[in-house]
Design a protein around this ligand. Sequence first.
Ligand code: SAM
Length: 240
Amino acid sequence: MNGRELLSGLIAPLGLEIRKSETFDRFELYCARLIEKNAVMNLTTITSPDGIYARHFADSLAPAAFLPRPDSLIDVGCGGGFPGIPLKLFFDDSAPGETRLMLLDSTAKKIDFLRELTEEMGLENVEFETRRAEDAARDPALRESFGMAVSRAVTAMPALCELCLPFVRVGGVFSAHKSVRSAEEIESARRAAKALGGAFGNIRGYSLCGADQLIVPVEKKKPSPAEFPRPWARIKKKPL
Ligand code: SAM
């Protein structure tokens, strides 16, 4: 099965469809560059093309099944580009260049790789930040300025709310990728979400290659108080 058939089959149960050949070509290039680069730096433990298509590409697209396309998107702790780049490729398939994507990670080498990759893909409207989220979220140029924040595999849900919600403008949404095994951790974050001006929306479940996963949307209702996010040591020591 080629990448096009594989990805189409994986996202069809989510109600998603990619139409343009150019989009499939971009996913193919992404897969090839990820495997190449992973030989010299640690980007992913999943190294087969089938695994990358399922557990990185299709999984990253889950928020698009449940939430409307935002005008702007920040991926907090994007690592090898997940879920931000697959979402950008998907949104560009129907509305080329319209969604602004900011890729944020504290590791410069990962951001350097993503800069080269997105340039080779010819993606427009992509920006990069090599900074810790808790520092970047206090920057007035970035704070409360995105329609959507996404984050996968970065930290537990209460701390994640503190890192991500300050980036989202009122009326926008923070979408967390979580496993069903994290149900308790997710519930424990309702208080944190509220303290940050957010409220949980409907948690949505989906299944990918036998694994049950969740998209946890946290809707931004009010601006986040200026004291958040706190320095990382405090977030860790005393989660909200
Ligand atoms: N989101 C990607 C994924 O799902 O494959 C990468 C997950 S990786 C396990 C976690 C990433 O978060 C790392 O690249 C790390 O550098 C980044 N990270 C962790 N804490 C961060 C913080 N406070 N600010 C910015 N990046 C952070």
